[in-house]
Design a protein around this ligand. Structure first.
Ligand SMILES: NC(=O)c1ccc[n+]([C@@H]2O[C@H](COP(=O)([O-])OP(=O)(O)OC[C@H]3O[C@@H](n4cnc5c(N)ncnc54)[C@H](O)[C@@H]3O)[C@@H](O)[C@H]2O)c1
Length: 364
């Protein structure tokens, strides 16, 4: 097991990667957390890993399960309300530990409930998807969808610790691994160096889901996210580097009516960022091509049929992060050297987007 520190001034905490679920009760004890455990668990994960999860619950006198269907349309206030009701009925007080076992949906809803129940109870994340392990379980963003808008109601709420047991990933469908890889590639482009080279050299092992390779990319990715979060808890500046590729990605997701996985949209967004970096002469043709080659092995299955460039373009200008009307991008001069708040002309954005989309155009 490896420890990654998240040295937040307001609340430092640890991420344990390469951990074993069996050791979770002793970690809760070691960190002196409350023993009244309210466990919000993805029902699919519960079914697939029942014995191991029940072994954890057996170690506590007061342990209650809440099974959650991990669907985006269930990531809402009524799921949070169901959690509050069950906690209240079960006499869970301020001395409660909410244990969230699942992917990003479970973590976001349970995290939000933990942040708001009795003005906040303890929270531990046990991420079971690649995306949750490298992204959503780290950094304290919790929330639900409301009124048709994603993650619009929420709170920054840090967990006591994050416990990553990569064995959960053994039952994850390939598509969910791909969904997490978009973020992993983003982290590698942000840091460059050893992590970037590891992915380049080990693409076959990663795609074959070899445990050693998966553990390594999770450890490295979680470390990048932890570092960025520690520098900027509430996303006011430095953490913006994590948005590499994301302005494009959000607009592509919206244009696809969210029928494309976020991670896939991120991969398209990373390609668009490479093109835009070149359009603005921040990087060279060679580095742009190298970046596209870096992404390519992980994007083979992403195929989009006809796309509406104008719609993507419009969505980008309406993105909630761009209220002042001027689009600013996170771009790079080379892997490991990311630039934030880069303005770009509409013409350059269109050209970059169009070039990137053509890479993924399946031809309908
Ligand atoms: N809080 C943040 O900072 C943050 C960051 C990124 C994304 N998110 C949110 O995360 C959500 C997406 O997260 P996700 O991709 O983990 O999705 P998810 O929670 O929906 O899980 C994806 C699917 O995998 C299943 N699953 C989970 N673990 C499994 C396992 N071990 N074996 C088999 N199946 C398993 C789930 O039941 C679900 O069907 C979105 O709602 C997004 O908004 C939050």
């Amino acid at each position: 097991m490896k420890k990654i520190e998240v040295p937040l001034p307001s609340k430092p905490y640890n991420i344990y990667a390469g951990a074993n679920l069996e050791k979770l009760p002793s970690m809760i004890k070691k960190e002196k957390l409350f023993k009244n455990v309210f466990c919000a668990v993805d029902e699919k994960v519960f079914r697939l890993h029942k014995e191991r999860i029940l072994n954890v619950s057996a170690q506590f006198e007061n342990f209650l399960f809440f099974r959650l269907k991990a669907e985006e349309n269930k990531k809402n206030l009524s799921s949070a309300e169901n959690i509050y009701s069950k906690m209240l009925k079960g006499n869970f007080g301020r001395d409660t530990l909410v244990l969230a076992i699942g992917g990003g949906i479970t973590g976001d809803v349970a995290g939000f409930a933990a942040a708001t129940y009795m003005r906040g109870v303890q929270l531990v994340h046990v991420p079971t998807t690649l995306l949750a392990a490298v992204d959503s379980a780290i950094g304290g963003k919790t929330g639900v969808n409301f009124g048709g808008a994603k993650n619009i109601v929420g709170a920054f709420y840090q967990p006591e610790f994050v416990f990553i047991d990569e064995d959960f990933l053994s039952t994850l469908p390939d598509a969910e691994i791909s969904a997490g890889l978009g973020e992993v590639l983003k982290y590698a482009l942000i840091t460059g160096g050893g992590f970037y080279n590891f992915i380049k050299k080990n693409k076959t092992a990663i795609l074959a889901r070899e445990p050693r390779a998966i553990k390594k990319i999770i450890f490295e990715s979680a470390s990048v996210k932890a570092g960025a979060v520690a520098k900027d808890e509430k996303e006011s500046g430095l953490r913006k580097i994590l948005n590499l590729g994301h302005t494009f990605a959000h607009a592509v997701e919206a244009e696809r009516n969210y029928k494309i996985k976020h991670g896939e949209a991120v991969i398209i967004g990373l390609a668009a960022a490479a093109y835009l970096s070149k359009e603005l002469n921040l990087t060279s043709e060679r580095i742009k091509e190298e970046t596209l080659n870096f992404i390519r092995p992980f994007s083979q299955k992403i195929k989009i049929d006809g796309f509406d460039l104008n719609k993507i373009f419009r969505t980008m200008f309406y993105d909630k992060k761009n209220r002042d009307g001027e689009l600013r991008f996170v771009l790079f001069s080379e892997p490991g050297n990311v630039l934030i708040d880069v303005p770009a002309s509409a013409k350059a954005i269109r050209r970059a987007l169009s070039s990137a989309l053509k890479l993924f155009y399946g031809g309908k």
